[in-house]
Design a protein around this ligand. Sequence first.
Ligand code: ATR
Length: 274
Amino acid sequence: APRACVIGWPVEHSRSPAIHGYWLAHYGIDGAYVKEAVAPEDFPAFLSSLSKHGYVGANVTLPHKEAALRAVQEADTAARAIGAVNTVWLDERGALRGSNTDAYGFMTNLDSSAPDWREGCDVAMVLGAGGAARAILHGLIEAGIPRILLTNRTVAKAETLARDFGDPVEVVPWEDKDSALSACRLLVNTTSLGMAGQPPLDIMVTALPANAVVTDIVYVPLETPLLAEARARGLTTVDGLGMLLHQAVPGFERWFGVRPEVTPDLRAHVVATL
Ligand code: ATR
């Protein structure tokens, strides 16, 4: 029976086993998906001997996503653009291949939760400049969004991303983000602000246009203070759990041969683990 795993350090918090475990049971597949705690110094060796450990593939999570890009024999376009790999599999020749499905997960979730978000989306704003922001910038640029305002507490990190991703990305100083909001059809929070135990994000939601879509990649809590305020203002909101569910789809299909569906029942199953 095919086995896959999620590799992290620590890995205890990972919700991936809940997602893949649900699908394995739902589709009646004789397979397994487990957690592997692997320290950074052991990661390259672990990945290059994945099949010896009994796996057909894996998800890679913090802090290994950049190291995984270096460790795979072939990385797809998304992984190279984002600079990180979150999904690996062994191909028919036994070569280790890598992809990054975070941009796919983000975009697919946005399309299914707010289907008209692209209409008139000339400007989007992305808050934060970490790994998640890289994936989202890649997704938005691929989708053809012409102008993406990027803002981050540490401006140098935003400038590095703007250099890497080029033209559509424009850096806005963190202090000036409110004044740029009136033009934004889409607002994406990728910072950890609003996460349980963190301070809330301080942003002037009232400055957004009435048709704005507000999305957060944070999913604990499911409704962050940002999303609650946006919803109270009548704006469309999209929570971060959907991105997590959708990013898991391509890996499951590669490892187990069935393209799984993201359903309300899967969502409820994972929400119960939060
Ligand atoms: P990820 O890989 O999930 O994107 P990360 O690389 O740790 O995570 O990035 C966290 C993001 O949250 C960063 O953009 C960080 O801003 P800095 O680059 O200035 O560190 C942002 N962040 C975290 N705490 C913050 C705070 N108190 N105020 C503003 N931004 C914060």
